[in-house]
Design a protein around this ligand. Structure first.
Ligand code: NDP
Length: 445
């Protein structure tokens, strides 16, 4: 590996030793950037990698809220503003008990590269809290969101930092967050994306990440003379990304045979009925096991990791980080899987990614494959600035074009740096070069 890259990585590991998710993401990115630094010795002189790996700022704050019994509850909130060389910080908010600084830093770091790949003028950031929305009443969710925004509002704005949804943050939460932002600042501006359609949201935002994932997967398959048509597909998760990935891949002629949540997975050989999944997950906020109770011929299996043993041609991990490990990869390879495209952020472990690639499975990394969500968020920002709303078809067409461009750019970056068909390397390099160029132009800041 390039000596400069090695030195920076070692320093990062020493400085951030407890942050395992962040170091996992940083290692994967830096390793693939080594050939860039071989070609650009001027980057070392400019301290570019030290600056690129250190967030501009990491804000941590207390979030106090009252539960329905009147007890005072305290959670920890975060916003990591990673890099704004090419545009305002942009990235989602995650509400999940597993959230900590390491998770938010890894997501923010990946977001910088992802946002760059969209070709749109957006920098990278991420935020969230260790608050667990499961089992909370609507009023508790609202009080939490209001308290969270009371602090967050000091750091965001339409031209500075524009958060959006992520795990545990959907339309309902964005509504409460936006209401509080407006109340505190008096501004009706696009400081959040993923908003409802009646107050500045974009059509097709809800569908964007899942649809975008399928557009990118389709472009990757096409390059290798394949299509999703007639293929068996496994989609992990059953949240926002999973549901709309399943919807689009079905429209493309694929058959989704399995979906999951954090408790287990369902198998439906006839093809998963998405109306039932949407009713359970979007309307009732229930568990995926209920699918098997409602759809004859389907089955439920306890434990989410077993989903990778279901035979498929295409796997779309759309749940959470590190959900597809070496054992899962081994099962996919043994069953003849031909492509994996990541809907979630870093769902595949480092070892599993290597195993899949070495076995010739086409692999599209999340920072490219799931960039459709943030891309449509950026389109939402444009519509808000113009006080206009585009039609669903218009947004969807733009999304498709963006995802095809992303595939073309990661494909050509991989080839240009001697790693043909390695889309992990291609995505890291293509995303990095644009940010690096902007950072160099803006001087040592
Ligand atoms: P949601 O909260 O809507 O859904 C998450 C889903 O994953 C839920 O069904 C959840 O089940 C399930 N899940 C959680 N852990 C596991 C596990 N270990 N195994 C199986 N299922 C699990 O989140 P999103 O769909 O928004 O996000 C999913 C992923 O996509 C995340 O990695 C996110 O960062 C990424 N992403 C999201 C974007 C977006 O636009 N929303 C954009 C780009 C990336 P349960 O109900 O049991 O918790």
């Amino acid at each position: 590996m390039n000596g400069y890259v090695e030195k920076v990585l070692k320093n990062l590991e020493e400085k951030n030793a407890p942050e395992k998710e962040f170091l996992q993401a940083a290692r994967e990115v830096l390793e693939s950037l080594a050939p860039v630094f071989d070609r650009h010795p001027e980057y070392e002189k400019a301290g570019l990698l030290e600056r690129f790996t250190e967030p501009d700022r990491a804000i941590q704050f207390r979030v106090t809220w009252l539960d329905d019994e009147g007890n005072v509850r305290v959670n920890r909130g975060y916003r990591v503003q990673y890099n704004n060389a090419i545009g305002p910080y942009k990235g989602g908010l995650r509400l999940h008990p597993s959230v900590n600084l390491s998770v938010i830093k890894f997501l923010g770091f990946e977001q910088v590269l992802k946002n760059s790949l969209t070709g749109l003028p957006i920098g990278g950031g991420k935020g969230g809290s260790d608050f667990d929305p499961k089992g909370k009443s609507d009023n508790e969710i609202m009080r939490f969101c209001q308290s969270f925004m009371t602090e967050l509002s000091k750091y965001i704005g339409k031209d500075t930092d524009v958060p959006a949804g992520d795990i545990g943050v959907g339309g309902r939460e964005i509504g409460y967050l936006y209401g509080q932002y407006k109340r505190l600042t008096g501004l009706y501006e696009g400081a959040l994306t993923g908003k409802g359609l009646s107050y500045g949201g974009s059509l097709a935002r809800k569908e964007a990440t899942g649809y975008g994932l399928c557009y990118l997967a389709q472009a990757m398959l096409k390059k290798h003379g394949k299509t999703p048509e007639g293929k068996r597909v496994v989609v992990s998760g059953s949240g926002n990304v999973a549901i709309y990935a399943a919807e689009k891949i079905t429209q493309m002629g694929g058959k989704v045979v399995a979906m999951s949540d954090s408790n287990g997975y369902i198998v439906d050989e006839k093809g998963v009925n998405l109306d039932v999944v949407k009713q359970i997950k979007e309307v009732e906020r229930g568990r995926i096991r209920e699918y098997a109770e409602r759809v004859p011929g389907s089955s439920y299996h306890e434990g989410c990791r077993g989903i990778w043993t279901v035979k498929c041609d295409i796997a779309l991990p759309c749940a959470t980080q590190n959900e597809l490990d070496s054992e899962g990869a081994k099962a996919l390879i043994a069953n003849g899987c031909m492509a994996v495209a990541e809907g979630a952020n870093m769902p595949t472990t480092y070892e599993a990614t290597k195993a899949l690639q070495q076995s010739g499975v086409l692999f599209a990394p999340g920072k490219a494959a799931n960039a459709g969500g943030v891309a449509v968020s950026a389109l939402e920002m444009s519509q808000n600035s113009q006080r206009l709303s585009w039609t669903f078809e218009e947004v969807d067409q733009r999304l498709k074009g963006i995802m095809e461009n992303i595939f073309a750019s990661i494909d050509s970056a991989a080839a240009a740096y001697g790693a043909e068909n390695d889309y992990v390397v291609g995505a890291n390099i293509a995303g990095f070069l644009k940010v690096a160029d902007a950072m160099m132009a803006q001087g040592a800041v």
